[in-house]
Every structure is written in C-alpha cells, then in structure tokens.
Design a protein around this ligand. Structure first.
Ligand code: NAP
Ligand code: GLV
Length: 312
C-alpha cells in the first residue's frame, strides 16, 4: 500500500513524517519531474497532489483517491484524470482559520484606513480621519463555501453588514444571501469591500472584470484571495485608475510568482501578497488526509468529493 506525493513542495519531509506517524503501514513515495521513479504503480492507492503529473495518474491500476494538497482543485480538474477516481479537496480547519485571518486583517485595514495612517506616520503627519461605523460597512463575500462562510461569519460577529454570493440559494443567520447570475448585480451594488473566495471554474474565470467592477459603489475595495484567473488584470487597473475601485489586495495571479515587471507590483493602490492568504500546513492538513484514508479503508467515502460537473 503506497501514497504518491506528487508535488515539488518544500514541505515533503513534514508530510512524510506526519503520514508515517499516523499510518505507519503506508509507503510514502514522492514524484517530481526530476525524481521519476514511483516504484510498482500497482501498489499506489492514494495520490496527494498539487498539479497532476504527466499522464495524470492513469497508469495506477489500484488508485482509490486523489487528494488535493490545497482547498482549490483547479490544478487537477479538467486535466485528464482517471475516470471514476474521486478527487478530494482539502478541507482543513487550520487552512480555514488562516484564510479568515487574512480576510479580517485586510478588511479591518481598509475599514479603519490603517494604510493612510501608516503613510501619515512616514510623513510625520498627525491626521485623523472620521471613524466609519462597523454596522453600516457593507462587506460582500463571493463564494460562501468552507472558506467564504467562515470569513463571513467572523466578519458578522464583529458586526459588519455582511452579504454573500453563491451559486445555489442559501438561508444564513446574520448574512444577507445573494445567488446566481440574477443576484450578482444587486450583491455588487451594495458591496463596499469585495472579497473573492470562489473556486476557479469555467463559470467563474474572469468574473472580476470591467463590468462587475463597474457595478461596485465608488471607493470600493477588492480583496482577491481565491485565484488569479478570477481577475482580468487590465480591467482591475482601469477600475482603480478611473473608478469606482479605490484599492485592491491581491494574493493570487495568472502567473505565479507574479512576474517582476507586472504593473500590479508598482501600482500605489494595489497590495500584492505572494499567495499566502492561507498556506497548507502539513501538521494540520495531514490529519485530514489520514482521516479520509481511514474512511476509505472502512468502506466510507472520503470528503469533500469534488463534483466533476461543477468543477469544485
Ligand atoms: P468551496 O467550499 O468549494 O466553496 C465554493 C463557493 O463558491 C460555494 O459557496 C459555491 O456556491 C460558490 N460558487 C462556485 N461557483 C460559483 C458560481 N458560478 N457562482 C456563484 N458562486 C459560486 O471552496 P473553498 O474551500 O471555500 O475554497 C474557495 C477557493 O479559495 C479555492 O477554490 C481556492 O481557489 C481558494 N484558496 C486560496 C488560498 C490562498 O492562499 N490564496 C487558500 C485556500 C483556498 P454553492 O455554495 O452554491 O455551491
Ligand atoms: C491554495 O491556494 C489552496 O487552494 O489551498
């Protein structure tokens, strides 16, 4: 019985240690382009991957499950995976906490104008701004899944006026729900701080574009912690330069690392972070994978299984 770790991750030794501690009978094998010896393919029952290997795990006759090393599965879905093998995304409470920290940090930063105060301090300028009311600050979270819902609930607990947008309708305590294409316009029109936590699918690719940005109120802030493919980069810059957007915090990009000459780096109203909104931490994430392997061994399905039709 073996697990194939298919990633160049620097964390490979931590994953190996965690899995060996929890599942000592599971043989850990790593695949990288430079290390292309996976032993007997028939022994591999599980793949833990960030991005598929060439051939996309088709030559593994006893494969039971493909685990994503992250919450997102856009690096796997639609890439010629073996039919009938479930793909499981990472649903790790540690990852969720990390994402909500990122979202709360940047929402509070813009809500309380801490960027302006930091600039004032640099210039030795004693300038106070009116304090905005939390209860009338309208936050909009695109994507009310594991990550979006946790961030929305934590913002609502701070008494922000929170709305969320999802594909299917929802009823939620303390969060105003919008759904589908029909709900998007009204959702955007009331959103002063927009947070994107959508999965990247054919439906959501390029969703943050001149049309949607143009529906935000004047001065809106955009925080994208989902995927770079959600944003049309030129439209984002135009919406900041010409309005209505006043600032953006971007963690994810079409090409990563973000090329050194990309205009996002030097734009004074854009904050770039290097895909760190929430990192996969082996010490918490491995326990989730282990629990799923135990479920499979007991004849139960792992969770959450990605729906190949919706792509998330
Ligand atoms: P999830 O649980 O699958 O939730 C996805 C949410 O998006 C659901 O609420 C879903 O609606 C909604 N959605 C999907 N397609 C939609 C559409 N076409 N229109 C409207 N809503 C749509 O995903 P998650 O675990 O919260 O993760 C979200 C994403 O965060 C990941 O896919 C990944 O790309 C990103 N991420 C980034 C980082 C980072 O460090 N930057 C870290 C982790 C994850 P329903 O509820 O109706 O299904
Ligand atoms: C990170 O981007 C993830 O999908 O977990």
């Amino acid at each position: 019985m073996a697990l194939l770790f298919s990633s160049k991750s620097d964390d490979v030794d931590r994953w190996r240690d965690m899995l060996a501690r929890e599942l000592p009978d599971l043989d850990f094998r790593q695949w990288t382009p430079a290390l292309d010896d996976i032993g007997d393919p028939a022994e591999i029952e599980y793949v833990l991957a960030w991005g598929p290997r060439p051939g996309a795990f088709k030559d593994l006759p006893n494969l039971k499950c493909i685990f994503s090393l992250g919450a997102g599965v856009d690096h796997l879905i639609g890439r010629d995976l073996p039919a009938g093998v479930p793909v499981v995304r990472l649903m790790d409470p540690g990852l969720t906490r990390g994402m909500s920290e990122y979202v709360l940090y940047w929402v509070l930063h813009h809500h309380r104008r801490f960027g302006d105060y930091a600039q004032g301090a640099k210039e030795h300028c004693w300038q106070q701004y009116p304090q905005a009311d939390t209860r009338t600050r309208r936050i909009g979270i695109m994507g009310l899944g594991v990550l979006g819902l946790d961030a929305a609930q934590k913002l609502a607990a701070l008494e922000f006026d929170v709305a969320g947008w999802s594909r299917t309708p929802k009823t939620l305590d303390g969060i105003t729900p919008f759904d589908g294409e029909a709900g998007l316009k009204d959702f955007l029109a009331r959103t002063e701080i927009l947070v994107c936590l959508l999965p990247l699918t054919p439906e959501t690719a390029g969703i943050i574009n001149s049309e949607t940005l143009g529906q935000l109120p004047d001065g809106a802030v955009v925080i994208n912690a989902a995927r770079g493919g959600h944003v049309v980069d030129d439209d984002m810059i135009k919406a900041i330069d010409d309005g209505p957007v006043s600032a953006a915090v971007l963690d994810v990009f079409h090409s990563e690392p973000l090329p050194a000459d990309h205009p996002f780096w030097s734009h004074p109203k854009i904050t770039v972070t290097p895909h760190v909104a929430s990192l996969t931490v082996p010490e918490t994430a491995a326990l989730v994978v282990v629990e799923n392997i135990r479920r499979i061994r007991n004849g139960q399905p792992p969770e959450p299984i990605v729906d190949p039709d919706s792509g998330y």
